[in-house]
Structure formats: C-alpha cells, structure tokens
Design a protein around this ligand. Structure first.
Ligand code: FAD
Ligand code: SF4
Length: 327
C-alpha cells in the first residue's frame, strides 16, 4: 500500500478545505482501506470525517428524520424511530455485512461504497471504471452477479449498498457541502448509470462531503420491508433485493407504493414503472406480476444473468403479496 498521511477533520468546512486532488475522505474505512490494500485507490492523504460532530439522528419538523453522514450503520438500524417508521431501512441495514462492519461503517461511506465487480478489485485486469478506456472484461467474462438494467457497453457493474436501495424507495435527500457551498441531491439521483463514464459512480464533484441524509415523512412506510436474495445466508452482497412500502385503500386497491431494486443496476433502481402500474390497481398477485413486467421490460440481461429477471419478478410479487396480506 502506498504510504499516506492522516488527519482528522474537526468540522465539515475544514474537511472540505482539506481535500485536494490526492486526498480522500475516510469514513469507517471498511471499503476504502480494503481498496487501498488492493491498490485500487492510492490517496496520498486521508481526511477522517467519521468523528465530525454531525453524527446524530434528529427529528425534522415535517415528521421526517435527519441523519448525520457520520452516523454508524448499527446506530441507524437500531434507532427506535427508524425501526418503527422506516422498517425497510432498518431491515436493509441489518441485511448488510456483519455486526462488526456495521459498527464501523458510516451512512455516507455506505452510500459511496464502490462496486464489488471482481475485475474492478483486481488491478492486474483491465476495467473501464478503474482505468477509463482499458475495457470491460466482465461483459464477456464473469457477470453472473452484474447488471441487467441500465448498463452500458463500457460497464455492467452493480451498486452494492443495501441501505441505498431502501433510501431510494423512501425518496431520501442527500445533503452535500462542496467547494461552492451546500446543496441537496435527491435519492435516486446521487448515483449515476455508467454510460461512457463508468469511472464516475455518482454526481458528486471532487471535494463534496456528504453531511447528512434526510428522510421525508412517509406515513405508509410503517408497512414496508426489505428482502434480499444472496448466495449464502450472511456476509454476502445481494444477487437481487427489493425495498417496498405499500398503502391500501379499504377496497384492497393500492393507494400508494414505493418499490426499489438492488443488485440489478449501477444505481439503486427505483421501479417507477411498477409503482405507476400499481397505483389504483387491485392488490393481487396478477397485478403485482403485471407491474413487475412493466418494470422489467427494460431489462437487457447478459449471457449468464438472465435468471435475475425472473428472480426480480418473483421478489416483487412475493414481497408485495406478503405486505398486503399482513395489511
Ligand atoms: C466483508 C464485507 C461484506 C459486506 N457486505 C455488505 C452487504 O451485504 N451490503 C452492503 O450494503 N454493504 C456491505 N459491505 C460494505 C459496507 O457496507 C461498506 O464497506 C460500508 O458501508 C462503507 O462505509 P464506511 O464508512 O466504512 O466507508 P469508507 O470505506 O470509509 O468510505 C467509502 C467511500 O466513501 C467516501 N466517504 C466516506 N465518508 C464520506 C463523506 N462523508 N462524504 C463524502 N465521501 C465520503 C470515502 O472517500 C470512500 O470513497 C460489506 C463490506 C465487507 C468488507
Ligand atoms: S463491469 Fe464495470 S467495474 Fe466491472 S470490469 Fe466492467 S467496467 Fe470494470
């Protein structure tokens, strides 16, 4: 690993001022330090933002929550308001990594963790995301666990975060402090599809610091869930996952719903076509299947991952059926 300097930021403004071309923010380090050991990242300086004072969870006037960027994943998952009002978020967090990792990982770092594509992590291989223009061996190689939605010729990677999928379903807003001041980025909207610039995971600019994430009040998110399919029972990233919340009218039609998929795209994939198809529809397996088909019509599976289309469909139908049955 390349030697690096370490400094701890005392506030957000000084953290932003401390970042130059060769420095990176350090959250819990559970992704970044691994990538430094592998030679994927080689910053000359780390600016530790994991102990900024902005590390609490606060009530917002509209009934939502403001979560500091340095809040640890365990703290967020076990917060009583999150468990009660956003069960899909608590479940998504608890489905990820291990207890020890969640104790270290920060909310901001979780959002910005990088793809688990094996070629990206292996510096002896070409990879457009790591070295633009070098090629994408995953396209013809090992892509069983990679994207079926929104991928490009240049990159077929998936975004690995479970938490981000739940936040995309909720419609969270990411607060950012950059060199030109503060701004808000909606989720989805932070992460970007690869296009011909797969080296850019997000719309963030150099030096941008995630200071907080705001969850809007979402009355029906109390009836919500996160379901994850993975190759083994724990300590494993999603092959496919779904975050879903649903509100029913008295006659068992869907009044409102939120659906997002993980493990299928370079971004947490908000299933807006499925949501649109379901509003006003009967809460039946047939309607859920039709909504899944409306969304997955856009899928462009690769040679070895067409199974994800059926998997995502089954996830949507099964998850919404269970949510509505419990209603
Ligand atoms: C064995 C293993 C299994 C895992 N399984 C899962 C899983 O199943 N599901 C899942 O979702 N995740 C999983 N993870 C990933 C884990 O959730 C992430 O590593 C973690 O959330 C990253 O958070 P961090 O604070 O440690 O980030 P860091 O590693 O510190 O940083 C990650 C990135 O974010 C940047 N950054 C950090 N803070 C800020 C900030 N405030 N503003 C701007 N940039 C910032 C850093 O510069 C870096 O680029 C797993 C990890 C491991 C090692
Ligand atoms: S899928 Fe993306 S991350 Fe993986 S090898 Fe191709 S360019 Fe690199």
């Amino acid at each position: 690993m390349r030697p690096f300097a370490y400094e701890r930021a005392t506030d957000a403004a000084s953290a932003v001022a401390a970042i130059d071309g060769d420095a990176m923010y350090l959250g819990g380090g559970t992704n970044l330090v691994d990538l430094m050991k592998l030679g994927v990242h080689a910053p000359a300086r780390l600016v530790d933002v994991s102990r900024l004072s902005d590390d609490g969870i606060e009530e917002l006037p509209d009934g939502g929550l403001r979560i500091g960027g340095a809040v640890r994943n365990t703290v967020l998952a076990t917060n009583p308001a999150v468990r009660e009002r956003y069960p899909l978020l608590a479940q998504a967090l608890l489905s990820g990594a291990s207890g020890q990792l969640r104790n270290m990982a920060t909310v901001a770092g979780n959002l910005l963790q990088r793809t688990r594509c094996a070629y990206f992590q292996d510096v002896s291989k070409p990879c457009n995301k790591r070295r633009p223009g070098s090629g994408c061996p995953a396209r013809e190689g090992d892509h069983r666990n990679l994207a079926i939605l929104g991928h490009s010729e240049a990159c077929v990677a998936t975004h690995p975060s479970d938490m981000a999928v739940a936040m995309a379903a909720i419609g969270a807003a990411v607060q950012v402090l950059g060199r030109n001041g503060a701004r808000t980025i909606p989720l989805p909207g932070l992460h970007r599809l690869p296009g011909d610039e797969p080296q850019r995971d997000t719309v963030l600019e150099p030096g941008d610091l995630i200071t907080a994430i705001e969850l809007p009040a979402l009355a029906f998110a109390g009836r919500s869930t996160y379901r994850k399919v993975r190759d083994r029972a724990s300590f494993s990233f999603a092959v496919a996952s779904i975050a879903a919340a649903v509100a029913l009218d008295d006659d068992a039609t869907v009044r409102e719903c939120r659906i997002a998929f993980g493990g299928l795209a370079h971004v947490p994939w908000r299933a807006t076509r499925a949501e649109q198809a379901l509003r006003g529809a009967p809460a039946t397996a047939e309607a859920f299947g039709a909504a899944a088909d409306a969304e997955l019509e856009q899928a462009r599976p690769l040679r070895d991952n067409a199974f994800k289309v059926a998997l995502a469909r089954n996830l949507l139908v099964g998850t919404l059926s269970d949510l509505c049955e419990a209603a």
